[in-house]
Design a protein around this ligand. Structure first.
Ligand code: NAP
Length: 246
């Protein structure tokens, strides 16, 4: 029988990350996920993964904290022995116009979105290098490609993720580890639920497909990038945005 594969998805208690982790679970993977808020119902999450036939390790950890990241990765290796696919999904926004943006708002977004991606990738890659195989998928955003007024911190973090992804794709290719970024447009999750109806309407007008995307549509792409069906794709940024940025 073929060995079961494992995926580690950061920030997977809800939104895109949860949908991604469930997609891998229904395709026969065991899953490692983390979350950060005390509101997360770990038992309910465990039940959802079990129903998909997956063994799940669900741990509270802040991706911007090196010790907490190392702890999750150590526990994952202890339980499953390997991590085949890493999805760096955890991310936050703290939107403001440049002139109003505080240093705290800028630093927090860079720390979680960009430094968090670095810390988790470094800790997990050690094991992928030993195995000489792996696939890393990092969540960027269309605003990391095209910019967005009111999001200079978030856009900088997501543009940073693109540079980071291309660099590690070059470094790790010889070890048979691929790295790609996905750049979603507007996707229906808690992150976009806070937008007013008028903002949502103006967003729809900028999207050729005239609607927001679903977390499941993003999960399908991320599943493809983690699978052997994408074995010749590395160092790419793939937009999934209804045609918003071409
Ligand atoms: P979301 O619904 O707000 O969920 C964010 C997830 O990240 C939650 O599981 C949250 O955990 C976790 N998280 C936040 N801070 C963390 C930290 N310091 N350490 C560990 N986990 C943390 O977000 P989403 O909309 O699904 O977005 C997921 C990713 O896609 C993000 O990187 C985002 O930037 C990117 N993206 C989203 C969109 C969109 O339109 N939604 C578009 C482009 C890119 P808790 O539940 O414990 O708080």
């Amino acid at each position: 029988m073929e060995e079961k594969k494992t995926v580690f998805v950061t920030g997977a208690s809800r939104g895109i990350g949860k949908e991604v982790a469930l997609k891998y679970a229904e395709n026969g993977y065991d899953v490692i996920i983390n979350y950060v808020s005390d509101k997360t119902d770990v038992e309910a999450l465990e039940k959802e993964f079990k129903e998909k036939g997956a063994d799940a390790l669900i741990l509270k950890a802040d991706v911007s904290n090196p010790e907490e990241v190392q702890n999750v990765v150590d526990k994952a290796i202890e339980k499953f022995g390997k991590i085949d696919v890493l999805v760096n999904n955890a991310g936050i926004t703290r939107d403001n116009l440049l002139m109003r943006m505080t240093e705290e708002e800028f630093d927090k977004v860079l720390e979680i979105n960009l430094k968090g991606t670095f810390l988790v990738t470094k800790a997990v890659t050690k094991y992928m290098m030993k195995k000489r195989s792996g696939s890393i998928i990092n969540l960027s955003s269309v605003v990391g490609v095209a910019g967005n007024a009111g999001q200079c911190n978030y856009s900088a973090s997501k543009a940073g993720i693109i540079g980071f992804t291309k660099s590690i794709a070059k470094e790790l290719a010889s070890r048979n580890i691929r790295a790609n970024a996905v750049a979603p447009g507007f996707i229906e999750t808690d992150m976009t639920a806070v937008l007013s109806d008028s903002v949502k309407e103006s967003i729809h007008n900028q999207i050729p497909l005239k609607r927001m995307g679903s977390a499941n549509e993003v999960a399908e792409l991320i599943y493809f990038l983690g699978s052997e069906n994408s074995s010749y794709i590395t160092g790419q940024v793939i937009n999934i945005d209804g045609g918003m940025v071409m």
